[in-house]
Design a protein around this ligand. Structure first.
Ligand code: SF4
Length: 213
């Protein structure tokens, strides 16, 4: 008999066959910048500012030469703009000084860049370099713990458990499926369980203690 996880993954795949990153980018540098900007900000707001930002600073060399104050002017609507501008310029300087202006395709090197945590590094590895990775953002954390794909109180444990629950070749896709589901059906405050086609296998909908809020 198929495990609940198999049903959940098959249904997510059926629901979101064209799931892909919501952030707009054309290369690893643009993705890295966009993901740094997306901390505590919506992808829609990030996508609204990046065209002008990328026109002004098309690569790491241009951004490394900028003053953070100038950069702030482009990203003000993204929140935490003061810190984000500082981190963007510092990250660009590290890319220029240590990696010839390129974004390294290496998880550990990415996490050492200013403003880049584990989640950002996972997104870049997965979406820019095609590596298998599951980035646990707020949607992935909430939805996967409700479903019972994970049973954890923090993002790192959730990531580790998802890597065990989901076959490796589906990690990156499943990350996008779960984000789509969190945006469209399983909202933070009001999950639409009555209309959710995953409810039969969902710990939260079934009232099981494992399905966390
Ligand atoms: S059944 Fe409810 S809690 Fe479970 S995934 Fe669907 S919307 Fe979320």
């Amino acid at each position: 008999m198929a495990h609940a996880f198999d049903h959940i993954l098959a249904e997510l795949e059926r629901l979101y066959p064209d799931a892909k990153p919501a952030l707009h980018f054309r290369n690893p540098f643009e993705l890295l910048v966009a993901v740094i900007l997306s901390a505590q900000c919506t992808d829609v707001k990030v996508n609204a500012v990046t065209p002008a930002l990328f026109a002004a600073y098309p690569d790491a060399h241009a951004l490394a030469a900028a003053e953070p104050l100038e950069v702030e002017g482009y990203i003000r609507t993204c929140g935490l703009y003061h810190n984000k501008a500082k981190n963007l310029v510092a990250t660009a300087k590290t890319l220029v000084d240590s990696y010839g202006g390129e974004v390294p395709a290496d998880h550990e090197k990415l996490t050492q860049l200013p403003g880049v945590g584990r989640k950002t590094a996972n997104v870049v590895m997965s979406c820019a370099f095609g590596a298998d990775a599951i980035a646990v953002d707020t949607h992935v954390f909430r939805v996967s713990n409700r479903l019972g794909l994970a049973d954890a109180n923090d993002v790192l444990k959730t990531e580790q458990q998802l890597m065990r629950s989901i076959p490796r070749e589906k990690w990156s896709l499943a990350h996008h499926w779960i984000i789509f589901h969190g945006r469209r059906v399983c909202a933070a405050r009001k999950p639409d369980c009555a209309n959710c086609t995953l409810s039969a296998w969902c710990e939260y909908a079934q009232g099981n203690p494992k399905g966390k809020k």
